[in-house]
Write a protein of this length. Sequence first.
Length: 178
Amino acid sequence: MAAGPSRHVLGRGDAPIVVVEYGDFECPYCARTAPVLRELVESSAGQVKLVFRHFPVFDVHPYALTAALAAEAAGAHGRFWDMHDLLFARQDRLADKFLRAYATSLGIDGDLVVGEAAQPFGDAVEADYARGIEQGVRGTPTVYINGVPYRGRTEIAPLRKAANLSLHRRRRPPWSRG
């Protein structure tokens, strides 16, 4: 398991625009945001990378923590983003039996993502959560673009505009060329 605040990165590691999302796998707003953030990365020609951090709102979402642990366990097998996508696509089915099945579908022993086997990943989830609290995260999804809280709609056009502004006009992202 990789350590540090950028364990799960989608996009080029050297991308100049860093989008950090604090998310909860049981949050319906996070599920709607996930494909938009993926599109932002994939349409940026390497200019945007997404860093996912866990912020399970466990007092509202009873399966958020176990889903986060399962995602971390899948990440230890190089399948974090695949599990991420499955969890958001099927967030109404996050009990252990489903988490096992999702892992199996990804080629991972299902018993490795639940119960005692998943507990070693608790430190990583807790570290993300603590970092979120330090940064003022109150709910999910919370998005930062180059360290600045993003407060707009989680739609592709306003996200692109915010990403463009985050560069302070040093360089124009590919979607603004015309």
